[in-house]
Design a protein around this ligand. Structure first.
Ligand code: NAD
Length: 357
């Protein structure tokens, strides 16, 4: 039996997670999967109930689960709180508490939605990139850090970019193994011409490649990678990079697809335990109106089945069902265009359930 902790969160979180939960139930039934589900609070919902965005009890239950499915956190109501107790701290607490060092963010453009991108359809149609971002190290966590006052009275801000060989190696292995399951091409992105830390990054990736002869490794400087992502994005299969470079490049890649409501993500630790969530936020501007797109969360369930629940067949079934629903011309408001049929969050969820068979 596998255990999943479901944390709907705030804003549109409960609406989109409710649909994803129905899809999970149906796919489990169809594929004979034994999945126990537990529910909890995170973010603003947890602040309202317990005064903090992530309780020790929720973290413990997350640790005891094979996977966590999360909606989104945050909203206007909690914006005036001190930064140390804001809803977003709940997410950071889960990432740190579960040691989720590998962030997988696919940028997939369903051919049916090629017109939704800001790039020309022929540049992006069929786009299918996986960005593997290191999530718990690098300049976002390096010490020392801060703002100090120099002898001359001027203030100086400083951060530290630091990666140990073992940190590079473990994210490298996730990336090589991901490439093995896809087209076998891995592009490691660094700034090895300027930063010693990423010179080591390049060296470790190159050394690892000897263990993965079925994967073709290439290297690219981050500035070029940013340019290539908008020039000819289909050249990439899997990209692996540091925390900060990955933060920026994955947002850039996701927008190639033009549809923030479509993209899932996974954050994994060394045991294959993971947290799965859509890349978008809690969209407080549309919360409670039944118009949010649930597909990113539904596709997060597919990633969860593949990476943490050992059920690749069920994952593919969900991805096929989503494609079928798009073929039928069903669209939530964010991806709606003339000639397609506008549906609500619940109608979209029900259509995916029906398309599963
Ligand atoms: P957002 O992603 O919530 O919304 C950006 C825009 O996209 C909004 O116009 C929203 O209506 C739209 N949108 C987002 N998801 C959608 C969906 N599924 N269907 C249709 N439209 C969708 O980003 P934001 O407005 O910058 O942030 C809102 C709140 O979410 C903030 O409190 C922020 O801190 C939080 N946030 C949380 C996460 C997370 O939980 N992982 C990520 C980003 C932002």
């Amino acid at each position: 039996m596998k255990k999943v902790l479901i944390l709907p969160g705030d804003g549109i979180g409960p609406e989109i997670v409710a649909e994803a939960d129905k899809v999970l139930s149906r796919v489990a039934e169809l594929h004979g999967l034994d999945i126990e589900r537990d529910y909890g609070l995170i973010g603003g919902a947890s602040i309202d109930e317990h005064g903090i965005p992530l309780t020790e009890d929720t973290l413990e239950r997350a640790r005891g689960s094979d996977a966590v499915l999360l909606g989104a956190v945050g909203g206007y109501r909690w914006e005036s709180l001190d930064i140390s107790v804001r809803p977003e701290k709940g997410l950071l607490g889960l990432r740190a508490g579960l040691d989720l060092f590998a962030n997988l963010r696919p940028a997939i453009l369903y051919p049916q939605l090629a017109e939704a991108s800001t790039l020309r359809p022929e540049v992006v149609a069929g786009l299918d990139i996986m960005i593997v971002r290191e999530l718990t190290g690098g300049i976002y966590f390096g010490q020392p850090r801060g703002i100090r006052t120099l002898d001359n009275g001027e203030r100086q801000g400083f951060n530290t970019l630091v990666y140990s060989e073992s940190e590079i190696e473990r994210i490298g292995r996730v990336a090589f193994e991901t490439a093995q399951r896809r087209q076998g091409r891995l592009c490691s992105v660094d700034k090895a011409n300027v930063l010693e830390c990423t010179e080591l990054w390049r060296e470790v990736m190159t050394r690892l490649s000897a263990e993965y002869p079925d994967v073709t490794l290439s290297h690219m400087y981050v500035d070029n990678a940013a340019m290539q992502l908008v020039r000819a994005p289909k050249q990439f299969d899997v990209m692996v990079t540091t925390n900060m470079f990955g933060d920026i490049l994955s947002d850039c890649a996701s927008m190639l697809t033009g549809s923030i409501g479509m993209l899932p993500s996974a954050s994994l630790n060394a045991n294959g335990q993971g947290m799965y969530e859509p890349i978008h936020g809690s969209a407080p501007d549309i919360a409670g109106r039944g118009i949010a797109n649930p597909l990113a969360t539904i596709l997060s369930v597919a990633m969860m089945l593949r990476h943490s629940l050992d059920a690749a067949g069920a994952a593919e079934a969900i991805e096929r069902a989503v494609s079928r629903v798009l073929d039928q011309g069903l669209r939530t408001a964010d991806i709606h265009s003339p000639g397609t049929q506008k549906v609500s969050t619940a109608e979209m969820g029900a259509a995916v359930v029906a398309a599963l068979g």
